[in-house]
Design a protein around this ligand. Structure first.
Ligand code: CP
Ligand code: NVA
Length: 308
């Protein structure tokens, strides 16, 4: 299994075995951080942001520091992707100086274009279509809480967005059954669902997408939600509030699972909208463990992709 020099743009590009290796590495890095103290000695990661961030910026930057490397934050204004400078030219400049590029973008094609024109690994730190490093941290958290992947059911409730897509791909690769419920018209992309169904047949899990909340949540060990309007959809936020209101994760919805499930959220949360304080702050909430695991999972990714 070879990760060196590869890009991480979407989990679709990785086999179940490779995702398993990435997740095992994330657990190793978390357990024994000292063993990786010099893993990226003298290496630099450029971090390009077209959108705001707390977790992604701080965990990639802290991760590089802990691996004895260095990270450079490039703000939306400085990146000016496709405006100040073309995406291929940005990639051709950066590859001359740094050992890896992390990018948070609007159009997914931008990370594809960066990867096509940079000879160093490109890591997707969220695009409109995918959030792969989030899903890795989430599945690290799921295994820590449940102790396994086999026989585990994850329910995702709300908008079929970038986070949903990466969860579908991660679930099908780890063998976790996933059930998604969205309002009509907000389902995840069909090609991604089909891919997850196909991979799930091989790993022994089911993939279910519907508009039926009760069906999604019933028997779930984990209930996951995300904001109703993602970054870039601010103008739709008001309209979406009415449409998504029945999909709020509150105590009543959690009780519908019948399993006292854990609660997951990638954050930032809009408390009082997609989730109540009662659920987000309950003892079953793993939201800050997920946030912590962003650090460990991404250190694992960087060690495997950018290490010697
Ligand atoms: N979950 C996540 O990616 O958080 P940020 O948007 O703060 O980076
Ligand atoms: N779906 C959200 C995730 C934020 C981490 C967004 O894209 O804004």
């Amino acid at each position: 299994m070879n990760f060196k020099g590869r890009d991480l743009l979407t989990l679709r590009d990785f086999t179940p075995e490779e995702i398993g290796r990435l997740l095992d590495k994330a657990a190793e890095v978390k357990k024994d951080p000292a063993a990786y103290r010099k893993a990226l000695d003298g290496k630099t990661l450029a971090m390009i942001f077209e959108k705001p961030s707390l977790r992604t910026r701080v965990t990639f930057e802290t991760g590089m520091t802990q691996l004895h490397g260095h990270a450079i934050y490039i703000s939306p204004a400085d990146a000016g992707l496709g405006k100040r400078e073309s995406v291929p030219d940005v990639a051709r400049n950066l590859e001359r100086w740094v050992n890896g590029i992390m990018a948070r973008v609007f159009a997914h094609q931008v990370v594809e274009d960066l990867a096509a024109h940079a000879g160093v690994p490109v890591i997707n730190g969220l695009s409109d279509d995918f959030h792969p490093v989030q899903a890795l941290a989430d599945f690290q958290t799921i295994r820590e809480a449940a102790g396994r992947y086999e026989g585990v059911k994850l329910a995702y409730v709300g908008d079929g967005n970038n986070v949903t897509h990466s969860l579908l791909l991660a679930a099908s690769r780890t063998g976790v059954s996933i059930s998604v419920a969205t309002p009509p018209g907000y389902e995840p992309r069909k090609d991604i669902v089909s891919e997850a169904v196909k991979t799930g047949r091989r790993t022994g899990c089911t993939v279910d997408v519907s508009n039926d909340l009760a069906r999604a949540v019933r028997g779930a060990h984990f209930v996951y939600t995300d904001v109703w309007a993602s970054m870039g959809q601010e103008s739709e936020a008001q309209q979406r509030k009415a449409i998504f209101a029945p999909f709020q994760v509150n105590a009543k919805l959690m009780a519908m699972a019948g399993t006292d499930p854990w609660f997951l959220h990638c954050l930032p949360a809009h408390r009082g909208e997609e989730v109540t304080d009662e659920v987000a702050d309950s003892p079953k909430s793993l939201i800050f463990q997920q946030a912590e695991n962003r650090l460990h999972a991404q250190k694992a990714v960087m060690v495997l992709l950018m290490g010697d």
